[in-house]
Design a protein around this ligand. Structure first.
Ligand SMILES: Cc1cc2nc3c(=O)[nH]c(=O)nc-3n(C[C@H](O)[C@H](O)[C@H](O)COP(=O)(O)O)c2cc1C
Length: 191
């Protein structure tokens, strides 16, 4: 059985939920999966033994998690040699205008430039407003941003914008494109 690495950076937990969903969908497709939090000490023990990888991170103040950046930078050489995808989680991804698209492309480009790794596939996924986990100041700031962007401002509960059906389609496409279900690498390898 082929094996895949799903590595993620998360701050409030939505990207962990997304990475777990992706890992389970890959497993359902017959792939053996290791799920690793880039902030966990286990991340330093990851070996370059995988047939494919999906790297997930979320945006906070226009940047992805530093732990994820370090992980990818440290592992860029072998990640570049296997089929791999980047899943960027943000609130901007919930917006459908061109400016938001360009902003997310710019953030991902900066991450790829800093890490020295550019995946064949990049997917931007809407995250969540987890008001119940924010401190007073963060809740206030996020409510103001949400109001400005037409998002949910009821801070008594969390609001999830992730499109799980779209994520299922993404994993199906990834499985098909990488031939993870069968033999061979498919055509998504970068070297
Ligand atoms: C303090 C803070 C800053 C954020 N900054 C951005 C941002 O610059 N751009 C954006 O699109 N989303 C931003 N977000 C939204 C997060 O990307 C979104 O909540 C995501 O689901 C967080 O994922 P996580 O729970 O895995 O950390 C921010 C959220 C917080 C709490």
């Amino acid at each position: 059985m082929k094996s895949a690495l799903v590595v993620y950076g998360t701050t409030e937990g939505q990207t962990r939920k997304i990475a777990e969903f992706i890992a389970n969908a890959l497993k359902a497709g017959g792939v053996k999966v290791d799920l690793v939090d880039s902030a966990d000490e286990r991340a330093a023990l990851v070996q370059p033994t995988y047939s494919a990888a999906i790297v997930c991170g979320s945006v906070h103040q226009l940047r992805y998690q530093a732990s994820l950046l370090h992980f990818v930078k440290d592992n860029a050489a072998w990640l570049a040699g296997i089929p791999a995808a980047f899943v960027g989680v943000s609130l901007t991804a919930a917006l459908e205008d061109d400016e938001s698209r360009r902003e997310l492309e710019g953030l991902a480009e900066a991450f790829f430039r800093e890490t020295g790794w550019t995946p064949a596939i990049t997917r931007h996924v809407a995250g969540a407003l987890r008001y119940t986990q924010y401190d007073y100041f963060k809740r206030l700031v996020m409510k103001l941003i949400a109001r400005h962007q037409g998002g949910d401002t009821d801070t008594s509960r969390d609001h999830e914008y992730t499109d799980w059906d779209d994520l299922t389609r993404f994993v199906d496409e990834f499985l098909a494109a990488t031939s993870l279900r069968e033999s061979g690498h498919g055509d998504l390898r970068r070297s």
